[in-house]
Write a protein that binds this ligand. Sequence first.
Ligand code: MG
Length: 369
Amino acid sequence: MSRAFVILAAGRGTRLGGEPKQFRLLGGRPVWGWSLETARILRREKLIDRIVLVLPPENALTAPDGVTVAAGGASRALSVLSALRACGEDEVLLHDAARPFAGVPLCRRLIAASTGENAVIPLLPEANALKKIENGRIEPLDRDGVYITQTPQLFPRAALRELLENAPRADFKDEAELWLQRGETLDWVAGENMNFKVTESGDWEMARKIADAGEIRTGLGYDVHPLVPGRRLILGGVIVDSPLGLDGHSDADALAHAAADALLSAAGLPDIGTLYPAGDEKFKDADSMALLRDALAKVNAEGWRLEWLSAVLTVQTPRLAPWKDAIVRSLETVLGSGRLSMTFKSGERVGPAGEAQAVFVWASATLRR
Ligand code: MG
């Protein structure tokens, strides 16, 4: 079963004033960029195979990396049709770019509810008391059984394409409505409150507050390697003069390992033991700073930036203080400058650290996106 994620950003909605809302900058990227980020995570999880971005024809010339761009039409129906023609996958998730905060968990629920033949949409129970105004009179409206419809909406591509090709001028607010008009049934999953539509200026203010606040995570990393004769002592990529060195499958740089695990943990990614297994010959005597660089790239690819890394090393011998600047500078070549602090502890001659049998490192990473 192959699947495409379609971001509909061809609308000309200007209720906010100025350029169409999907091109406004929200937290430093266009509104549609938020949905692209969600789609990229789904593609990394192998839940989708293709990303299609539908843009107004005049904007449809440049495609972001790895994205299929389709030119939008004069109506929603024609824009969707253009997207369905631009991909060949079995299923499509159609998403309005004006909903920048659709979560990955929501998309996973939609995909899990797919049988390959059904259509699935997100619904959210209406929580407000409802009224309708008729001929100037306010009447109560029963909210029981009333739901708000969101996107993404999942459809079998060929069936939806056929509907649209047979009714290119159909008038509908979302594809679910067209699907129902044609006598089909829908399945549904729970929507998300955060997945609101940015339409009016109040929505825009709310979206800006959320985007500007960002998300902060911390992660903890830890490592230990035995100190033995006949090995080099490498910490943070620096070869430290020492009669004893750290033993391990790679270059045994415990500081780089703890730092990488702290970063990966904060981003919710697999740890270094999983990503770079010790049993893999490829990592024999590996340069651990290259692993740290790769781990940071994986973290950055999820949209996270490193704010701060703090590390504590327990090393009885040699004395590390004279090496501190060199180690910090070396780490900064990977992590960026002014983003880390390091503390050295002696081990106080207690236990395996104090008896110079091993080096222990703890690291905590703070990420923001
Ligand atoms: Mg290690």
